[in-house]
Design a protein. Structure first.
Length: 247
């Protein structure tokens, strides 16, 4: 997002809408107060523009060029990822597993959600987490997730060097993990989280097993993580896109 200084009235209305605190004020050559957007911090989410609070119509979105374009595709919910045709973070996410069949019996679906409004997530941090995870082995990054598509090496989690200066509002690293490696993944994320300049959280799920047990929850508890009480249970009413193999 940018500000046309010739139109800006310096009213300050846009500032409260910025998800990254990227809008500040300066004086232009004629001494008038004018808004400016820190291009390093702005994630091109478009919230300030869509709020329609600018009386001077001074805010404008330049045509995004690669690699900066990843900012809006991950941060602006109105922009679709061309790989997945899904807006926002660009993934169906694990909660639709009953129809997508991403993870099978004996596997857990896991994800690390990185960044939130106020912090965002830089690709340097995303790469740190992805590389820490892949070093465990047995981790398969979700191919239908646009972050996976930005990896230069899906075996190591190394990202495309071209996007390393970019920042997004939020992104999800999704993967399939053998159930017996769930605790290792939790341990690895806890360790690498100490090196991050953003926040992250876990997603964890698996199929409901006979006896209505959810082994992933027990494994998480053993690793010292308590599932939240508002966790989701998918009751499987969707039409599967895959052939189910019964346990
Ligand atoms: S596009 Fe988003 S991050 Fe950039 S200035 Fe506007 S609200 Fe802030
Ligand atoms: S709302 Fe518009 S006119 Fe007011 S400070 Fe922001 S860019 Fe300038």
């Amino acid at each position: 997002m940018k500000v046309d200084e010739s139109k800006c009235l310096g009213c300050g209305r846009c500032r409260a809408y910025c998800t990254m605190g990227a809008i500040s004020f300066t004086r232009d050559a004629r001494g008038r107060v004018c808004a400016q957007v820190d291009q390093h911090e702005c994630v091109d989410c478009g919230v300030c523009f869509r709020a329609e609070v600018c009386p001077g119509e001074a805010l404008y979105e330049p045509k995004p060029e690669w690699p900066r374009s990843v900012r809006s595709t991950f941060s602006n919910p109105l922009v679709e990822h061309k790989e997945t045709r899904i807006p926002g973070r660009g993934t169906e996410e694990m909660k639709t597993n009953d129809v997508t069949g991403r993870f099978k019996w004996g596997e857990a679906g896991m994800a690390v959600e990185m960044g939130r409004p106020g912090t965002g997530a830089r690709f340097t941090d995303i790469e740190k987490v992805a590389m820490a995870l892949s070093s465990l082995g047995d981790i398969h990054f979700e191919p239908k997730n646009p972050l996976t598509g930005l990896m230069a090496d899906k075996n190591t989690g190394k990202m495309n060097p071209e996007v390393m200066d970019e920042k997004v509002l939020s992104a999800i690293i999704e993967m399939t993990v053998p159930l017996d490696r769930v605790q290792d993944v939790i341990g690895a994320v806890r360790k690498v989280a100490q090196e991050l300049s953003t926040v992250c959280s876990f997603d964890l799920t698996c199929k409901v097993h006979p006896g209505d047990t959810v082994p992933a929850f027990d494994l998480a508890r053993k690793a010292g993580v308590s599932p939240t009480i508002n966790g989701k249970t998918n009751v499987g009413l969707g039409k599967p896109f895959f052939e189910e193999v019964k346990q």
